[in-house]
Design a protein around this ligand. Structure first.
Ligand SMILES: NC(=O)C1=CN([C@@H]2O[C@H](COP(=O)(O)OP(=O)(O)OC[C@H]3O[C@@H](n4cnc5c(N)ncnc54)[C@H](OP(=O)(O)O)[C@@H]3O)[C@@H](O)[C@H]2O)C=CC1
Ligand SMILES: O=C(O)/C=C\C(=O)CC(=O)O
Length: 355
């Protein structure tokens, strides 16, 4: 990494981190200068959303408990109407990328400040990136208004995240940092965060698998996901994220498991073109080879390693390769359609990664 010249996009988010830190919710609303929060969560996390709303008492404007993956536009419109009708002056999202994504959809139009309480490792809370899905097509964009103003990381709230989801969500976070290390915009600060984030997650995920109630491992994982999310929020991504958006958006594959399966293969594809990044990823994973190290991290911790295990059909691979190469975007190694098709075949079968 050259220190001769770079641009660093520092993002201004206040972070409150620690076991039990949800108790600071009211203090943080006051620090934001707001009075009434609309609380958002998914239907399954209703009890958690309701308990935060209850904790806020009269500072809770309402609870909207219908957040869903990839933010369908109809849902965004409805949530925006609820936010306006309750006179909320702030959005409080508790949950994973789905709840936080819905908060961003409201903020995009209303400019209401977002306070996020993440319970997965996806990292959306640290980024100005939003996604909206309309007529089966997901579009993403960047707007600084959607970046949460405050994030409360309370590892206690992640204790219920199932082990399988913890592993794939953690590797979703690692993917942000891994691509951040070879990003065209990589700089010394984001690379420090990326390496530290991968180290924390590679260390903590096996401990969570061994003991899902291990609070110190849960805190370590959430710390790693914060750093990896911050990298996603600061620098551009490349082939890996494009492949995952294609597989999720056009073939409806689940977000975090898709990241987990594709990442070793995308890294193997880029390995020769990004040797310094690979060294740092390998060091962080504790393996001599970055791609193989991540393949083994997933496999050893019970995560899926084959796209065929999560709903992909082999006859869809050609189309996936075509879509992934359809719009030009930067990647350390030029996009080669046949090599990407071969990458997808290996990911489909769950074979070991190879260049
Ligand atoms: N804009 C950005 O920068 C980013 C956006 N994203 C977006 O976020 C979404 C993916 O985020 P992700 O967090 O994986 O997805 P979700 O928010 O859908 O959460 C994933 C799973 O975790 C479960 N879960 C969450 N919290 C808990 C908890 N406390 N206890 C038990 N289970 C829990 C959810 O269960 P349940 O269904 O029960 O709630 C769900 O099954 C995608 O739409 C992705 O595109 C991801 C990363 C960055
Ligand atoms: O699709 C979005 O909502 C925005 C970014 C991401 O999902 C990043 C990722 O692929 O994890």
């Amino acid at each position: 990494m050259s220190t001769s010249g770079f641009v660093y996009n520092g993002r201004a988010t206040r972070v409150v981190f620690g076991s039990g830190s949800r108790v600071h919710l009211e203090r943080e609303l006051l620090a934001l200068g707001v009075k009434r929060a609309l609380v958002l969560c998914s239907p399954e996390q209703h009890a958690l959303g309701a308990s935060l709303a209850e904790q806020l008492g009269s500072r809770s404007a309402d609870l909207f408990d219908r957040a869903a993956m990839h933010v369908p536009i109809e849902l965004a419109l409805e949530a925006r109407t609820v936010a306006a009708s309750t006179n909320a002056d702030c959005i409080l999202a508790v949950g994973g990328g789905s709840a936080i994504g819905l908060a961003k959809a409201i903020a995009l139009e209303s400019s209401l400040p977002v306070l996020a309480v993440p319970t997965t490792y996806a990292g959306s809370e640290m980024t100005p990136i939003y996604g909206l899905t309309e007529a089966g097509l997901k579009r993403t964009g960047t707007d600084i208004r959607v970046l949460p103003k405050t994030v409360i990381y309370d590892p206690d709230l992640t204790l219920t995240l199932p082990v399988g989801m913890s592993v794939t969500s953690g590797i979703n976070a690692i993917a942000h940092a891994a691509e951040g290390l070879y990003s065209r915009d990589a700089n010394p600060l984001t690379s420090l965060m990326a390496e530290e984030g991968i180290t924390a997650l590679s260390r903590s995920l096996p401990n969570i698998v061994a003991n899902p109630g291990d609070r110190s491992a849960r805190a370590d994982a959430l710390y790693g996901s914060w750093l990896c999310g911050a990298v996603l929020g600061s620098v551009g991504m490349a082939l890996h994220h494009k492949l995952c958006h294609t597989l999720g958006g056009s073939f409806n594959l689940p977000h975090a498991p898709t990241h987990t399966i594709v990442l070793p293969h995308a890294l193997a594809y880029n390995a020769e073109a990004a040797p310094d990044a690979m060294k740092r990823i390998a060091r962080a994973v504790g393996h001599e080879n970055a791609a193989q190290g991540l393949f083994e991290l997933a496999r050893a911790n019970g995560a899926p390693v084959a796209l065929k295990e999560i709903g992909m059909r082999e006859d869809q691979l050609d189309q996936a390769a075509d879509i992934s190469c359809s719009n030009a975007y930067w990647n350390p190694r030029p996009l080669e359609r046949d090599a990407i098709r071969a990458l997808l075949q290996r990911a489909f079968e769950g074979s070991a990664p190879s260049p």
